[in-house]
Design a protein around this ligand. Structure first.
Ligand SMILES: *[C@@H]1O[C@H](CO)[C@@H](O)[C@H](O)[C@H]1NC(C)=O
Ligand SMILES: *[C@@H]1O[C@H](CO)[C@@H](O)[C@H](O)[C@H]1NC(C)=O
Ligand SMILES: *[C@@H]1O[C@H](CO)[C@@H](O)[C@H](O)[C@H]1NC(C)=O
Ligand SMILES: *[C@@H]1O[C@H](CO)[C@@H](O)[C@H](O)[C@H]1NC(C)=O
Ligand SMILES: *[C@@H]1O[C@H](CO)[C@@H](O)[C@H](O)[C@H]1NC(C)=O
Length: 400
């Protein structure tokens, strides 16, 4: 029984590297003083400090505390609510996929906000948190939804509804009368926030460098695409650069192929082309402060690109933040129960480095052959767990 299982895991793992299906189960964000917050890193949460300390040898501050989500899901995302100094965490609990976890960065405490999903699908969406209204706008299955976080920095006992806003017309060529749902078929949403506008990128048929704009304050989809310069019409990820006060005016767009980092300025309607991220990972997540773009890969590594809105015009150098432990690797393709029961710390989904099998020489295994031999030397559940952990490690290494 063990061998077929191992084979299945190794097969799934190796092939998963080429066709991975899920983003990170941890996330990175900031507090209002631009300390980098890293959640769900090997079962722990950290305050990494301000940007000047990220690559120094100064210690990490652990902020793991009760009430945190298990970070055992996939595609986890975090959003800073700048008015409240709270971080809203989505997709962080596989048992409660729609719950929004709130980290109060001032009180350093967690609470769980329940929501009413309605027709919103919490397993298939993209979203932004609007700066001024503190309302989430999301796109899921051809519809725009909103969820009002009011000024919450701890959960309200009343569940908050995802409201169906509209079925947008994403036509590249506008007609006089909008057609709800036009050009939404098969669209994989790429949403970016700046100047109270939601920018939809990668919409099929849009000219390069263009976005469809949803104006939040008027709940209005502009018929004519806006041109911002030069970036490809393709799927990718985004992150808005904060300002110390007021709405974001620029956002980064990283196409799935990681070939470049585009910074789009919605005031000047121009785009800068910066260096692409160190790991070309279409499932990576991104977040930005006032002066850095941070990448968290699906294999759990963090890197950043310093960015000065006034001085940076092109290029730039990414640096790895190596003092953070590797974030939990997403494990959606593996049997969740095995992963949980095999984990000695009991932190669901986390993979302590101590459980990664070593080969006989004491090296961390990095080939399937070694993994199999490491696995069969153990017994029972731990074989499954070790093999799983190992396969995930292999996937991590292979996606580097
Ligand atoms: C995670 O994101 C990937 C890529 O967008 C998607 O294919 C997958 O269905 C998502 N999984 C969940 C559980 O949301
Ligand atoms: C909690 O939600 C209720 C119902 O929506 C609302 O009346 C109340 O003001 C909210 N409380 C806070 C602190 O936001
Ligand atoms: C940017 O484009 C918009 C819409 O076309 C226009 O109203 C605005 O004046 C442009 N801004 C600049 C600085 O050219
Ligand atoms: C681990 O593997 C590397 C590369 O194969 C090798 O150079 C090193 O000596 C090995 N370490 C041990 C402890 O065997
Ligand atoms: C990992 O695998 C590569 C390719 O098979 C090999 O060259 C390298 O020595 C291995 N490293 C370790 C640490 O086992």
């Amino acid at each position: 029984m063990i061998w077929p299982l191992l084979t299945a895991f190794v097969f799934a793992g190796v092939h998963g590297a080429a066709a991975a299906s899920a983003g990170p189960s941890g996330c990175v964000s900031f507090d209002i003083n631009w300390n980098l917050l890293a959640f769900g890193f090997n079962g722990k949460d950290y305050n990494v400090g301000t940007q000047d300390t990220w690559t120094s040898s100064s210690a990490l501050t652990e902020i793991t505390t009760q009430g945190r989500p298990p970070f055992d899901s996939t595609n986890t995302t975090c959003f800073l609510s700048q008015f409240t100094n709270a971080i809203y965490v989505l997709n962080a609990d596989s048992a409660n996929p729609s719950s929004i976890f709130i980290y109060d960065a001032t009180a350093k405490s967690w609470s769980t906000q329940s929501v009413v999903t309605g027709t919103f699908d919490p397993t298939n969406f993209a979203t932004i948190l609007d700066h001024d209204t503190n309302v989430f706008y999301a796109y899921s299955n051809g519809n725009i939804f909103s969820l009002d976080m009011a000024l919450l920095k701890s959960a309200n006992a009343t569940a908050i509804p995802w409201q169906d806003v509209q079925s947008p017309d994403l036509s590249a060529n506008p007609s006089a009368t909008p057609t709800p749902g036009a050009n939404t078929q098969g669209y994989q949403p790429v949403m970016a926030l700046a100047q109270n506008h939601v920018h939809f990128l990668g919409v099929p048929g849009l000219p390069a460098g263009s976005a469809k704009i949803f104006v939040i304050h008027f709940s209005f989809m502009q018929p004519t695409p806006q041109s911002y310069g030069n970036f490809p019409t393709t799927h990718g990820k985004t992150a808005s650069f904060f300002l110390d006060e007021g709405v974001q005016q620029e956002f980064a767009f990283i196409p799935d192929d990681g070939s470049a980092t585009y910074v789009i300025n919605v005031e000047t309607n121009t785009t800068k082309t910066l260096t692409g991220p160190p790991q070309q990972d279409s499932l990576a997540s991104y977040y930005a402060s006032t002066s850095a773009l941070v990448q968290l890969t699906s294999s759990g590594q963090v890197a950043f690109l310093a960015y000065d809105p006034k001085a940076t015009t092109s290029g730039g150098t990414w640096s790895t933040i190596s003092k953070l432990p590797t974030s939990t690797t997403s494990s959606s393709s593996a049997p969740g129960t095995s992963a949980t029961s095999a984990n000695p710390s009991g932190t669901s989904g986390a993979i302590p480095s101590s459980s990664v099998p070593k080969d006989t020489s004491g090296n961390s295994s990095n080939s399937t052959t070694k993994g199999n031999s490491a696995g069969v030397k153990m017994a029972g559940h731990s074989v499954v767990g070790a093999a799983l952990a190992f396969v995930l490690t292999v996937v991590g290494v292979m996606t580097l």
